[in-house]
Design a protein around this ligand. Structure first.
Ligand code: AMP
Length: 314
C-alpha cells in the first residue's frame, strides 16, 4: 500500500512521567511507522488540564513529553511535533463537535465512567474530552491513530461525530481508523490492571535503573502458580514467547530471579533512549514546538475554514 499520502496522528497527555504502557501502546507503534506517512504527534496539554491544575508542573510536563518524543526516536524533520494549546483550531472545532453529539452519547464513554468511578472529579472538561480529541484528529484529516485499547471507543466517537457533521453539512471531515496493535493494546501494570498513572502501578519509561528495579520488584505474583503471569506479560513486550518459555521453564518457581532478568532486559532496552534524552536541550524543545505550531496550523486552518464555511460562520 502506498501510504505516503495518508496521515498518521497520535498524542500523549503531559500529565506526568510517561510509562512503558504509553510507550508500547502508542509511542512505539508511532515511531515504527511514522516515516511511511505524513505524520503528526501532539502534546495534549488541554486534555491534561482535566487532571493537572498546577502551572509549574504542567509547564515542566509539557517540556518533558517533547523530550520523551525526541528521545524515543521521533525526528522533527520527518513529522510535525506540536502542542495542542499552540493551535486554537482545536478548541474551536471541539466546541463545534460538542454541538453535534448528545449528553447521553457522551455519558456512555468508558474512559469517563472509569475515571469517575476511580474518584476523579467529573468536570465538564473531562466529560467533553472525546469531542476535543475528535477535533484533534479530524483537523489533520487523519487516516490512522496509533493508540492503546483504551482509546478504541474515543476513535469510534470521532467517526460518529465526523459522520454526523458530514450528514448535516456535506462531506467535510475525514473519518479516522484506530491503529491498535495485538499484544500491546493493554500493557498491564505492576498489579495486573492496565498500567496507568492513576492506578500508581507504572514502570517509568525514563526512570533510573533503580526506579525500574523498584517497580519490577513490586509486581504482584501469585504464589499458587508456577509462572508469575504479570512478570511474564511485561517481559513479553521485550522478548518472543519462544525465548521466554524456555527462560521461565528453567527458572520455574524462582520469581525473584525472573524479576531480576526482567529488570536487566528492561534496562538494556531503555538505556539508549535515556542516553539520547540527556542530549536534548531546552532550546531544542522550544525550537521543535515553535516550528511544529506553524506547520500544524498550515494544515488545520484549511480544515477549519471548510468547517466554518459549511456551518455558516465563515
Ligand atoms: P494518555 O496520555 O494517558 O491519554 O495515553 C497516551 C497513549 O498511551 C494512549 O494512546 C493510550 O491508549 C496509551 N496507553 C496508556 N496506557 C496504556 C497501557 N497500559 N497499555 C497500552 N497503551 C496505553
Amino acid at each position: 500500500m502506498n501510504t505516503t499520502n495518508k496521515r498518521l496522528l497520535t498524542g500523549l497527555q503531559p500529565s506526568g512521567d510517561l510509562h512503558i504502557g504509553n510507550y508500547f501502546g502508542a509511542l512505539k507503534p508511532y515511531v515504527d511507522t511514522y516515516e511511511q506517512y505524513e505524520s503528526f504527534i501532539m502534546v495534549a496539554d488541554y486534555h491534561a488540564l482535566t487532571s493537572v491544575q498546577n502551572p509549574e508542573i504542567l509547564r515542566s510536563n509539557i517540556h518533558n513529553v517533547v523530550r520523551d518524543y525526541l528521545a524515543a526516536g521521533v525526528d522533527p524533520a520527518k513529522c510535525v511535533i506540536f502542542r495542542q494549546s499552540d493551535n486554537q483550531d482545536h478548541t474551536e472545532l471541539g466546541w463545534i463537535l460538542n454541538c453535534m453529539v448528545t449528553v447521553p452519547f457522551l455519558m456512555q464513554a468508558h474512559a469517563y465512567k472509569d475515571k469517575v468511578a476511580n474518584g476523579i472529579e467529573p468536570s465538564a472538561g473531562l466529560f467533553a474530552y472525546p469531542m476535543l480529541q475528535a477535533a484533534d484528529i479530524v483537523l489533520y484529516e487523519t487516516d490512522f491513530v496509533p493508540a492503546g485499547e483504551d482509546q478504541r471507543q474515543h476513535i469510534e466517537y470521532t467517526r460518529e461525530a465526523a459522520g454526523k457533521f458530514n450528514r448535516a453539512y456535506g462531506e467535510v471531515l475525514k473519518e479516522p481508523k484506530e491503529m491498535i496493535l495485538d499484544g500491546v493494546g493493554v500493557v498491564p501494570g505492576t498489579d495486573g490492571r492496565k498500567m496507568s498513572k492513576s492506578y500508581k502501578n507504572t514502570i517509568p519509561l525514563f526512570g533510573t535503573p533503580e526506579e525500574v528495579e523498584k517497580a519490577v520488584k513490586s509486581i504482584v505474583t501469585d504464589s499458587a502458580s508456577d509462572k508469575p503471569e504479570h512478570v511474564y506479560a511485561i517481559h513479553s513486550l521485550l522478548k518472543s514467547s519462544s525465548e521466554l518459555d524456555s527462560l521461565y521453564e528453567e527458572n520455574k518457581g524462582h520469581y525473584g530471579d525472573l524479576k531480576k532478568l526482567l529488570v536487566e532486559d528492561l534496562n538494556t532496552f531503555l538505556q539508549p533512549m535515556r542516553e539520547r534524552r540527556q542530549q536534548i536541550t531546552d532550546e531544542d524543545v522550544r525550537q521543535v514546538l515553535k516550528d511544529g505550531a506553524k506547520r500544524a496550523k498550515e494544515v488545520s486552518n484549511k480544515t477549519l475554514a471548510n468547517v466554518r464555511l459549511a456551518i455558516g460562520i465563515d
